[in-house]
Write a protein that binds this ligand. Structure first.
Ligand SMILES: NC(=O)c1ccc[n+]([C@@H]2O[C@H](COP(=O)([O-])OP(=O)(O)OC[C@H]3O[C@@H](n4cnc5c(N)ncnc54)[C@H](O)[C@@H]3O)[C@@H](O)[C@H]2O)c1
Length: 371
């Protein structure tokens, strides 16, 4: 049994970042039975305000104040992408477990260094590819593993958002220094790739990608108009290890698509499809018709049931995925053999995929994806 800083052996979390993800992590920690011991933001005033809404025990002066605090067991990094690497490295060196948001870092070299350092230190790591925690996604993985799909022939899907559709829409992500050289793919496309590789149990072997700038003159958060930025759109052709072929469309400028992450795996015996905006359902296509399998149905395979927090017919959602991920973090720390907790190796994998996408766009060629 892992011994935590708290006398009652409950893991104590320190959250760095007070925005969207900081709040999601705080709710997940509390929902899974942990304690939000401290929160740090870009200023102490922001940390103080967040300490209230996150139900944190204290506001911290800075990220390093959280990372080095002796009473923190798990460091959550929920800041803009370019700030992940240094904080994660110091946290690992301090012997902390680290949950770092995706993309793990803005360079593959940094992601590799972190994955190696964490393995050498023996600390637990996680990168919240949290869509793995929908019950129907686990059901799809179980059905593929049980051979129900037959031979995988075709993978296709999309990850579409619209929150950056206007030239006036901006965020730190549009600045390549803060967000990274790739935006739409590294920000959301990697979620789709992680999901498809996790569900199929095989990797994307090679891809060719083209990137699009819908708004070449996009405004940066500081108000300046930048004449170049990272991509709004990515389109990919891909081949899986088995030889199955596929397509992926990624966009953050597709009007009306708030968060449409969907995939279809078309096999020789059946097809399986999942759409994050209808996340309670797994669509099954067969020669004799279709079946819609709701989460919690009696006919689901055992593997999916761990992720049923409430009975069938009571919808679960995005936040529940993060809470389930935190439960698995605690279970892993308790020594349980947990399947599917995405870690720094998965973050490194996403960095390799991002490199391949950028390289392919530059060269106009197919690129084999590094392992
Ligand atoms: N896993 C997912 O599904 C998912 C979803 C959204 C975002 N993310 C990732 O989470 C991270 C944060 O994204 P977000 O949407 O919450 O962004 P956000 O802009 O809402 O929040 C970022 C926060 O970081 C804080 N911050 C900035 N500099 C800081 C510093 N030096 N020290 C401490 N805090 C600082 C800001 O004040 C802000 O509160 C990104 O890496 C993003 O890619 C992951």
């Amino acid at each position: 049994m892992h011994k935590f800083a708290d006398m009652a052996s409950r893991p104590r979390s320190g959250i760095i970042g007070t925005g969207f993800m900081g709040a999601v992590h705080a709710r997940a920690v509390r929902g899974a039975g942990g304690t939000v011991a401290a929160v740090a933001g870009s200023s102490f005033a922001k940390a103080q305000a967040a300490a209230g809404t996150f139900a944190a025990e204290r506001a911290a002066e800075s990220a390093m104040d959280v990372v080095l605090a002796p009473d923190i067991d798990i460091v959550h990094i929920c800041t803009p992408n370019h700030l992940h690497a240094e904080v994660a490295a110091v946290a690992i060196a301090a012997g902390k477990h680290v949950i770092c948001e995706k993309p793990l870092t803005t360079t593959t070299a940094d992601s590799l260094q972190l994955a190696q350092a964490a393995a050498a230190a023996g600390v637990l790591t996680a990168v919240p590819f949290a869509y793995r925690y929908y019950g129907p996604v686990r059901e799809a993985r179980a059905q593929v593993a049980a051979g129900r799909l037959g031979r995988l022939r075709l993978v296709h899907g999309q990850y579409l958002q619209d929150w950056l559709a206007s030239p006036e829409d901006t965020n730190w992500r549009v600045d390549p220094v803060q967000g990274g050289a790739s935006r739409a793919f590294a920000d959301i496309g990697v979620h789709w790739c992680d999901l498809v590789e996790y569900v199929t149990g095989e990797r994307i072997a090679a891809l060719t990608a083209r990137l699009g700038l819908a708004e070449p003159m996009r405004r940066t958060p500081s108000g300046a108009v930048a004449d170049r930025g990272n991509e709004d759109i990515a389109v990919l052709l891909l081949t899986m290890q088995s030889g199955a072929v596929g397509t992926l469309t990624v966009s953050q400028v597709s009007l009306g698509r708030a968060n449409r992450l969907s995939f279809s795996l078309d096999g020789s015996d059946r097809a399986l499809a999942f759409d994050q905006e209808s996340a309670e359902l797994l669509w099954i296509g067969r020669r004799d018709g279709i079946e819609i399998l709701p989460r919690g149905s009696a006919s689901t395979l055992v593997a999916a049931q761990r992720y049923d927090a409430v009975p069938a017919g009571h919808p679960q959602g995005y936040q529940d995925c993060f809470t389930a991920l935190m439960r698995d973090v605690y279970a892993r720390l308790d020594g349980d053999d947990i399947d599917g907790l995405p870690d720094f190796q998965d973050g490194l994998r996403a960095a390799h995929l991002t490199d391949a996408v950028l390289e392919s766009h530059q060269s106009g060629s197919w690129v084999e994806v590094g392992i």
